[in-house]
Design a protein. Structure first.
Length: 244
């Protein structure tokens, strides 16, 4: 046996050289990783640090495995609901991903068996950024959907507190809606400026800018939204549905 220390996200190991890679808990640690904000660093740059690091690790493992018949074994506390988006991406190119419930311990244990095969050729043209984008998309639409039933109820309740008339007649400043919709933890990762920029993009795509007024009654600018623009409950829910 030979032992060595390598960067798991970019090693010096040769490509397509190994039949088996074994991971016992390392991927779990990487997924739990959240970088602190360093001086001069933007808080939003730390968003999804765990997923991005995990993607880099899995991408590297896939690189060093033989293209047909290679096996990646992962022992994890996470089941397919958490690791599925990471391992089953079409841009990664595993031919099959099997899951076995081991059922040991209080938190449970899982074994994931990923095999390389014919699909490797289909993924060879994919870039790492394609892979990361696919994983993050599935994370927020399948694993951690933004628009849950609890959030829908919370948004409706927040608008209902603003007036006695029906929800269709109640409006809220964009800045206030941002505070109501997102938790303090979410707001640390998803800044107000990012929310307003996403809203402007959504309105432009939906061609509904004429329906959104600022606090003085002026029509919204298609290229800019401020925290003073007024939003209805339906618009907020539609936006969350479209952007999750």
């Amino acid at each position: 046996m030979r032992f060595g220390v390598e960067d798991m996200s970019g090693s010096s190991l040769p490509s397509r050289a190994y039949n088996v890679a074994v991971d016992k808990g390392v991927l779990d640690d990487v997924l739990a990783f959240q970088r602190c904000v360093a001086p001069g660093e933007v808080a939003s740059e730390t968003l999804d640090a765990g997923e991005r690091s995990a993607c880099a690790m899995v991408w590297e493992v896939r690189r060093v495995l033989v293209p047909d018949g290679g096996v990646y074994l992962i022992a994890s506390v996470h089941g397919p609901d958490r690791l599925g988006p990471l391992l089953q991406s079409e841009f990664l190119g595993f031919d099959s991903v099997e899951h076995f419930e081991l059922g040991m311990g209080e938190v449970g244990h899982h074994l994931h068996v990923c095999r390389t095969g014919s699909s490797a050729s289909q993924a060879c043209s994919a870039t790492f950024e394609h892979y990361v984008a696919d994983v993050l998309h599935k994370k927020y639409t399948e694993v951690m959907p933004l628009l849950t039933q609890d959030r829908i109820s919370a948004v409706k309740a927040a608008f209902a507190r603003r007036g006695s008339s029906g929800l269709a007649d109640v409006q809220m400043l964009a800045g206030e809606a941002y505070e109501e919709v997102f938790s303090a933890e979410e707001r640390r990762e998803y800044l107000l400026d990012d929310f307003l920029e996403d809203l402007a993009t959504y309105f432009s795509q939906q061609r509904r800018l004429d329906l959104h007024l600022d606090a003085s009654g002026g029509v919204s600018d298609s290229s800019f939204l401020s925290a003073e623009h007024l939003l209805s409950c339906d618009v907020v829910l539609d936006f969350l549905q479209a952007t999750q």
